[in-house]
Design a protein around this ligand. Structure first.
Ligand code: FMN
Length: 171
C-alpha cells in the first residue's frame, strides 16, 4: 500500500476531492489525434473505470474544470502546433493550472508533423501541480496500428493504477 501511494503521489491531498474516475480532454484539427481517442476510452472502460470525454474547443471550460477536479487521472489527446500544445488545449490546461488542479495522474497522446513540442510545454506548464506523467504516445501524422495498441495499453495502465489505489483505500 505505501509503495503504491508513493507511486501515486500525494494521495491524502487527492482524497477529499478526487473519485475513481477519469477525464479525457482532447482536440484535433485534422483528425489524426482523434483516431486514437476511442482506443483510450475503450481501454479505460475495460477496467470498469468511468470516463468523461471533453472535446476542445467545443466543450466549455467550466464543465471540463469541474470534471477534471473530480478525476484522479487525466488523459490528454493533444497534437503539436507551432512547437507547442494545440491552442484550445493550452487554454484549458492554463485554466487548470490557475485553478490549481493538483496531484493528477496524467497520460498524453497526440500527433505531430516533424518535431513535436506539445509534451515539453505541457510538462513545463504543469510543473508546480505535482502531476505524474506516464510516458506519452506520440505519432507522426496518423497513428499506426502499433501506436493505437500502445495508446490502448497505456490508457489501460492508468485506469488500472487508479482502480488499484481506490480498492486499497476501500479496504
Ligand atoms: C499550422 C500548423 C502548425 C504545425 N506546427 C507543428 C510543429 O511545430 N511541430 C510539429 O511536429 N508538427 C506541427 N504541425 C503538424 C501537426 O502536428 C500534424 O499535422 C498533426 O497530425 C495534427 O494533428 P491533428 O490532426 O490531430 O490536428 C503543424 C501543423 C499545422 C497545420
Amino acid at each position: 500500500m505505501d509503495d503504491l501511494l508513493r507511486v501515486f503521489g500525494a494521495t491524502d491531498s487527492i482524497l477529499p476531492y478526487a473519485r475513481e474516475y477519469l477525464t479525457i480532454i482532447w482536440g484535433s484539427m485534422y483528425g489524426n489525434t482523434e483516431i486514437a481517442v476511442n482506443y483510450a476510452i475503450d481501454a479505460v472502460k475495460s477496467e470498469d473505470i468511468r470516463i468523461t470525454s471533453h472535446r476542445v474547443p467545443e466543450d466549455h471550460v467550466s464543465f471540463i474544470l469541474s470534471s477534471a477536479w473530480k478525476s484522479t487521472g487525466l488523459i490528454l489527446g493533444m497534437p503539436t502546433y507551432e512547437y507547442k500544445m494545440f491552442p484550445p488545449l493550452a487554454h484549458v490546461l492554463d485554466d487548470l493550472a490557475r485553478k490549481k488542479v493538483l496531484h493528477k495522474k496524467v497520460f498524453r497522446f497526440g500527433s505531430y508533423g516533424w518535431s513535436g513540442g506539445a509534451q515539453k510545454e505541457l510538462e513545463k506548464l504543469t510543473e508546480k501541480l505535482e502531476w505524474e506523467f506516464l510516458d506519452p504516445v506520440e505519432f507522426k501524422g496518423a497513428p499506426t496500428g502499433r501506436d493505437l495498441d500502445l495508446n490502448y495499453k497505456r490508457s489501460k495502465e492508468l485506469a488500472g493504477l487508479i482502480k488499484r489505489v481506490f480498492s486499497l483505500i476501500g479496504e
